[in-house]
Write a protein that binds this ligand. Structure first.
Ligand code: KIV
Ligand code: ZN
Length: 520
């Protein structure tokens, strides 16, 4: 039997994924995700859109400089300024790729770009030629390709390959395509573009109709050699093709697709948890492959079948995608080595200092809680290491009086530098509102709360509460997260985490900010 075709996995969690509302990540978080992607075997990491903001530029530059083991890609509109900026950020990579895009559909040509088809072809070719003067590895995307007239799409694709594009990516920008449509589109390119063999065909599907994975697989069947996707399928609007789903579909149904990827599937669940913890975007319980219920059998008939023979109801084994066979882990007698081992299993690469800081908190937790589960460890690491920002404001103590159905009273003391600041607030509709009011009074940062979520990090009544808040400040959305066995403490700390993130962001250099969907 012939060898399965190897499909390149291009991960855009750090670029398109970051375009999910509220999912912006800081540099350290992006570095952590980039390393996880490399460890997992991703071929190409789209690290960001360097012209979009100074933060994006810095993230692409740092990832290009420090991360090895995957191609590092930066996005640019087909515009001199964008491409120069992308190269500035990417040039330190040992394996850089510039990704140039320009919309091609009639609707975008007419209403967004106000350019004729000839002008589009010229601009696309100029962009690719400029990018090619910097590096060999060039991807071109005709944005909204799935709604572009097929004759014009063939013309653009041929022209950009002639200009030096080594990958041509076919985006379904608005998630409009069906599997047949996508398959037909790729087949037409394969059959009608004379120089198509000089480039890899890629596909980039959005999930507005819930068909991103199916559309990507249909493109692969028709000859695409690269899939663009994100961890947990996060991305603009309804998101992108989910990496874990498309990878496992090819692997589990290789009898049908006859292709595979380099991905180490045992890293899928840890990567999913990491991205969810960092972005605050929770994974639905019934999500294929990585949802908490993906392998949970509830019905008696299913359980009976599973006990007799797992393959009666299971097409994949949970351990093959990275679910731990047992969740019960450490206790107060566990040492540093056991913690380091567990962190690794959960997909975190901790330095010596990070391990020490997590270990200290682990010991405190283990004193209060008999069984420390994977979820507890993950939450600690997330809090102490991954999502860490400079703690300008920290919690010293609080006291809450909460008489039944009466206005709460909260006394709060925070620390900034060496100074304590205290306030007592008797106001608010409940303890969380009161906490927001007290933090605002002390810090002077008036937050508008857009979302507040609390969930348990593990099993049992003594589980820690993981709190995520989404707040708006001066028109921008920020996130805050914290964990504690005391949910009120976790809530105050999550609010403070969002304040510290705002202060952190204010210290970053500010420059031009470009909307990714804006015209050229
Ligand atoms: O959805 C889209 O068209 C994109 C392009 C920039 C590839 O994200
Ligand atoms: Zn996209």
């Amino acid at each position: 039997m012939s060898q399965p075709r190897s499909i390149k996995i291009f991960d855009t969690t750090l670029r398109d994924g970051e375009q999910s509302p509220g999912a912006s990540m800081n540099l350290q978080e992006k570095m952590e995700i980039a390393q996880t992607l490399v460890d997992m075997g991703v071929d190409v990491i789209e690290a960001g859109f360097p012209i979009a903001s100074p933060g994006d530029f810095e993230a692409v530059r740092e990832i290009a400089t420090q991360i090895r083991g995957a191609e590092i890609c930066g996005l640019a509109r087909s515009h001199e300024k964008d491409i120069n900026r992308a190269w500035e950020a990417l040039k330190h990579s040992s394996n850089p790729r510039i990704h140039v895009f320009l919309a091609t559909s009639a609707i975008h040509r007419e209403f967004k770009l106000k350019m004729t088809p000839d002008e589009i072809v010229r601009r696309a070719v100029e962009g690719v030629e400029l990018a090619k003067s910097f590096c060999d590895n060039i991807e071109f995307s005709p944005e909204d390709a799935a709604r572009t007239e097929i004759d014009f799409l063939c013309r653009v694709v041929e022209a950009v390959i002639d200009a030096g594009a080594t990958t041509v990516n076919i985006p379904d920008t608005v998630g409009y395509a069906t599997p047949d449509h996508m398959k037909n589109c790729i087949e037409q390119l394969v059959n009608r573009v004379p120089n198509i063999d000089k480039a890899v065909i890629s596909v980039h599907c959005h999930d507005d109709l819930g068909m991103a994975v199916a559309n990507s697989l249909a493109a692969v069947e028709a000859g695409a050699g690269q899939i663009e996707c994100t961890i947990n399928g996060i991305g603009e609007r309804a998101g992108n093709c989910s990496l874990e789903e498309v990878v496992m579909a090819m692997r589990t149904r290789h009898d049908h697709y006859r292709c595979d990827s380099r991905i180490d599937a045992r890293r899928l669940v840890p990567a999913s948890r990491l991205v969810s913890a960092i972005t605050g975007l929770q994974v639905q319980r019934n999500k294929a492959i990585v949802g908490r219920n993906a392998f949970a059998h509830e019905s008696g008939i299913h359980q009976d079948g599973m006990l007799k023979e797992p393959t009666t109801y299971e097409i994949m084994r949970p351990e093959d995608v990275g679910f731990a066979s047992t969740d019960l882990v450490l206790g107060k007698h566990s040492g540093r080595a056991a913690l380091a081992d567990k962190a690794k299993q959960l997909g975190f690469n901790l330095t010596g200092d990070q391990l020490q800081s997590v270990f200290e908190e682990f010991k405190t937790l283990a004193d209060r809680k008999k069984d420390v589960f994977d979820g507890d460890i993950r939450a600690l690491i997330q809090h102490r290491v991954v999502g860490k920002v400079q703690e300008q404001w920290s919690l010293v103590t609080y006291q809450l009086d909460l008489p039944y159905q009466q206005t709460p009273k909260i006394s709060l003391t925070l620390k900034k530098g060496d100074e304590d600041h205290s306030v007592t607030v008797t106001d608010g509709t409940g303890p969380i509102d009161a906490a927001f009011l007290a933090v605002t009074q002390i810090t002077g940062i008036d937050l508008s709360c857009k979302d507040y979520q609390v969930r348990s990090s593990s099993l049992g009544r003594d589980a820690q509460g993981q709190v995520t808040v989404q707040v708006e400040y001066e028109g921008e959305t920020h996130r805050g997260q914290a964990v504690s066995m005391d949910c009120i403490e976790a809530s105050i700390k999550a609010i403070l985490n969002s304040v510290n993130r705002i202060l952190d962001a204010q210290q970053q250099p500010r420059g031009e900010v470009v909307d990714v969907k804006s015209s050229v």
